[in-house]
Ligand binder design. Sequence first.
Ligand code: C2O
Ligand code: CU
Length: 477
Amino acid sequence: MKRSTSTPNLTRRALLGGLAGGAVLGLLPPPIRAATNGVREFTLRAQKADVNLVGEQFPATAVWCYSGQAPGPVLRARQGERLRIRVDNALDEPTAVHWHGLRIPVDMDGVPGISQAPIAPGQSFTYDFTVPDAGTYWYHSHVSTSEQIGRGLHGALIVDEAQPPPVDRDELWVLDDWRLNREAQIAPFGHGMDISHGGRFGNTLTVNGRLSETFAVRAGERIRLRLVNVANARLFGIHFEGHDPQVIAYDGHPVEPHRPPGGQVLLGPGQRADLILDCTGQPGETYRVIEAAYEGETYQLFAMTYAPDAPVRANPAPLPTLVPNPLSDPDLNAAQRLNVTLDGGAMSGLQGAIYDGERLDVRDLMQRGRMWAINGVAAHTTAMPPLFTLKRGGSYVVAIENNTVFPHPMHLHGHAFRILARDGQSVPHQPWADTVLLNPRGTAEIAFVADNPGDWLFHCHVLEHVSGGMTSVFRVT
Ligand code: C2O
Ligand code: CU
């Protein structure tokens, strides 16, 4: 993938130059507390805090985050449990929390303008829902997302299977990038270039909120690795030098275990993958874990260092099979076909779009900060007339065409869909997902059963594209 935007001047390398090296990845906190009567209670405080993203040689970074941590605390539950999560807003502006990928009732979906009033500063809102699916999910603000998520308002949400597959370790890597200045402070938001091009790219890549240099493993170990891309705009293309990881789930949903295409686990913003990583190296060896989604720009995320200890087992165990989540398969013969076209951005032929019911030319759109359109409409608010009205229980195939030169990870709220095809090629295993990555000028076909009533956003997860109008509503009645 090529990236059509300039790189800010502070590079991760530049930051790393001052570091002595070798900090071990900090483990995220364990489950917060046990469920009582099947209800798991959590409190999240949306607040400002100073956290050290880039090491002790640099000042702490002022972030907005949940409960003092960026990423926020890992929320963990068992499939089928009820979660009650109180969110206290200690920010100076309204917020709301969306549970990305969870198929829950629309009034818990966290989208102001559709499902709830924003939580005003000083106020609280309690989310209360049952988690139907096991897997790796995440939560994030759904107000001014470019800035609120970009400043750190996100965290992982893990739902354990009734019978989790046996592994030696269950690891989570929350992948992010930050645009920091030389004092390690977050650069201002709202650049027109970020909106009209590929979104806001950072210059500092973090895993679990740190520049993590070492991933310590033991020979023979089997690790379940959960990857979550929470970046505003950056795709992550992860390579494990000398290893053969197998994908066992996308966006939380089990898939037949397989090698990622080209050995690269490619995740657009919002997307997740669960991997089985067998540590097949020898004691004392070191391998690199590399991010290489963009031509000519590679980052070493980790040095994967093997302890000197003898292997914990001689040969990897057979790969596990996960129990599928309770999803209804779309009936492709009866499915109604819907067409979605994505237009806009720099270097496109966008002539104009409907904005707030009015046809505007490109200059007028730009004056309103809008550069993108879905089926000729540039969003002005989430409370828009629906793009499509779907019949509850009906099967739908959505054919998406990207007429732009940028990639777009398109996310549907409240549902999971099968990815049938991308760029005219049928996708192996037709995995379930909640976000599908459209290549520049590419296409995708997804299919799902519209089984969750309500108004659901269908939007690009490049958050600056959302600001620029790339949002629509699917209504299920
Ligand atoms: Cu994670 Cu509306 O999105
Ligand atoms: Cu986009």
